[in-house]
Design a protein. Structure first.
Length: 343
């Protein structure tokens, strides 16, 4: 079993926290918990003082199976993101870190969880490297990460527009844009479950979004992005996890993208790293409540997603069958893979 072998190889390096193990394994959470529980019941691993470690039986099992300690070949400097934040002027870094420090807190009712400031800046460095900021119009469909602010600080954009369901973030972004004297920058309260306003349709060169990962929710987000683009030769960015999106979902989503007229130009695994400090035991988060042993709330950054870049080789087409009325929030935010969602 690939997941079992990966978990054991990571633990062979020495005691590791539940959260770091989950981040490093980077698979569907419900599969991770199932395999971890099986190893725990077989007494191949143990959990003490907040750390998972290998037992004598576990070491013998690994030796018999030929499982060796995990070796990480990823670049220690960029962590696989391929960008260097030192390429940015120090005053931009300082301004952005100061702005981020005053941001509103995330809310579970909107399934919010923001990336670290470094990640938002790294995203924008990547956009810039791909020539997707300079002289481009960009729409951010949801922006509790404040990546739009980082993009504006880099400058040389044509237009930046932000839409988000949370009025707190829209007010904060508007206030910041005014204080920083951003030009051609606007922000609007908007729920993707509603029709995209006509003044936003076919108006942008690039969209960025970090969608929910139910099939209905992801497809609806994607359709709003498609509706916002001018047409052929446009770009979309989004995040997608292994933790709450099964490989079957990845297949379905990629198939939908191709059918809509896009190619996938880039996938950077684990690019996005999120602060999910709101997650607590007994609050409906299955990632802790379903663990095979009692784990403490995480003080580490462990939840990650891959960064996708897609390119429209033809005028993109919306995906049929998802504009029906959504009966309840659970249909939109939650499915069997949702172990970090509490609605």
């Amino acid at each position: 079993m690939i997941i079992e072998d990966r978990i054991l190889s990571l633990i062979l390096n020495g005691p590791i926290s539940y959260w770091n193990l989950l981040n490093s394994t980077n698979v569907l959470i419900r599969d991770f918990i199932s395999v971890l529980g099986d190893l725990y019941r077989k007494k191949y691993i143990e959990y003490k003082n907040g750390f998972v470690s290998m037992t004598k039986m576990g070491k013998e099992y690994c030796l018999k199976k030929g499982i060796e300690p995990f070796v990480d070949h990823k670049c220690n400097y960029c962590k696989g993101r391929t960008v260097d934040l030192n390429s940015l002027p120090k005053d931009i870094l300082d301004r952005y870190y100061k702005i981020q420090s005053n941001r509103p807190q995330s809310l579970s009712r909107f399934d919010q969880g923001f990336v670290t400031p470094d990640i938002s800046l790294a995203r924008c460095c990547y956009f810039s490297e791909k020539k997707d900021i300079g002289n481009c119009s960009i729409i951010f469909i949801g922006d509790d990460d404040l990546t739009s602010i980082a993009a504006a600080l880099l400058g040389n954009y044509e237009q930046i527009t932000v839409v988000d369901i949370d009025s707190r973030f829209i007010e904060f972004i508007r206030k910041t844009a005014k204080e920083e004297n951003f030009s051609n920058f606007d922000a609007h309260v908007y729920d993707v479950r509603e029709e995209l306003p006509s003044f936003l349709k076919e108006s942008f060169d690039v969209f960025f979004m970090d969608p929910v990962e139910t099939i209905l929710g992801f497809t609806l987000f994607l359709n709003r992005g498609i509706q916002s683009l001018k047409g052929k030769n446009c770009v979309g960015y989004f995040g997608l996890t292994y933790m709450e999106a099964s490989l079957k979902k990845w297949y379905l989503f990629e198939k939908k993208l191709l059918e809509a007229g896009f190619i996938i130009t880039d996938i950077l695994e684990g690019f996005n790293l999120y602060d999910l400090s709101r997650i607590q035991k007994g609050k409906g988060y299955k990632v802790v409540d379903s663990a095979p042993f009692s784990v403490d709330c995480s003080k580490e950054l462990w939840y990650n997603s891959s960064l996708f870049r897609i390119y429209s080789v033809d005028k993109p087409r919306v995906i049929d069958g998802v504009f029906e009325e959504i009966k309840g929030e659970e249909d939109f935010y939650l499915d069997e893979d949702g172990y970090v969602v509490s609605i």
